[in-house]
Write a protein that binds this ligand. Structure first.
Ligand SMILES: [Fe+2]
Length: 236
């Protein structure tokens, strides 16, 4: 195994509400390494109020962190990405070919408001597909209305979306109800990829090890492999 791949991380310093400094970013990388992560796709927010860094800024921050990690001998690969808060503007960006997909893929990480209607999310998936990309729905367990309806969840996967769940939610860090819903999705094979959604080197750090151990205990190894790196390695 080449190690886990974290496709959702606010690890780049100073671009959003994630890491605040190069030191913190390096600490996050050290933690990630200890957790078994060997590749990270950096996904700063593109969301009014939280940060909307330009592509060049992301690229520059990525190169700086990559160089610092090398200097500090932290063997974790870094790739570029963005977490888009879905809105009309994002669609226009994608249509013009100015988006920043995950790594070298045609997958874009998108998030929504937690109370967003199912229909709106379905339409977003359709529109993103129309723009030539495949969406990865960030922390799908947060969208209450979508989670109420497993048929719709399975439907948007059939439309080409991947569903990402946060590692903390698997372990109950976001409440028991969320955990139960995530377990049901896992049993049904509706989860495509686990990410940390790390924001710091503290409480919201890039923790994955305990989640991975739990998953390997409960679910078929082949499925867990795909959740932790198998799927994502196609995107690097
Ligand atoms: Fe995030």
């Amino acid at each position: 195994m080449r190690g886990y791949i974290d496709i959702h991380s606010h690890i780049l310093p100073g671009l959003d509400d994630g890491s605040v400094s190069m030191d913190q970013s390096l600490n996050m990388m050290r933690i990630a390494y200890e957790q078994g992560i060997r590749a990270i796709i950096a996904t700063p927010h593109n969301m009014p109020g939280k940060g909307c860094p330009a592509r060049e800024e992301i690229q520059e921050a990525l190169l700086r962190l990559r160089a610092a990690a090398e200097e500090n001998r932290i063997p974790v690969e870094l790739f570029r990405g963005t977490e888009y808060y879905y809105r009309e503007e994002v669609l226009q960006l994608l249509e013009k070919g100015n988006g920043m997909p995950l790594g070298n893929s045609d997958r874009v990480l998108v998030e929504f408001g937690i109370l967003e209607e199912k229909r709106y999310i379905q339409n977003a998936v359709k529109a993103i597909r129309g723009a030539g990309y495949y969406p990865v729905i960030a922390h799908v367990e947060r969208y209450e209305r979508l989670m109420e309806d497993l048929e719709t969840l399975s439907g948007i996967r059939k439309m080409g979306a991947c569903l990402q769940v946060n590692a903390a939610s698997v372990l109950g860090g976001n409440g028991r109800r969320t955990r139960e819903k995530v377990k049901r999705m896992l049993r049904m094979g509706l989860v495509d990829v686990i990410g940390t959604d790390a924001h710091s080197d503290r409480k919201r750090g890039p923790y994955l090890k305990e989640c991975a151990e739990y998953l390997y205990k409960k679910y078929p190894a082949e499925y867990v492999d795909s959740l932790l790196y198998g799927r994502a390695k196609q995107w690097l």
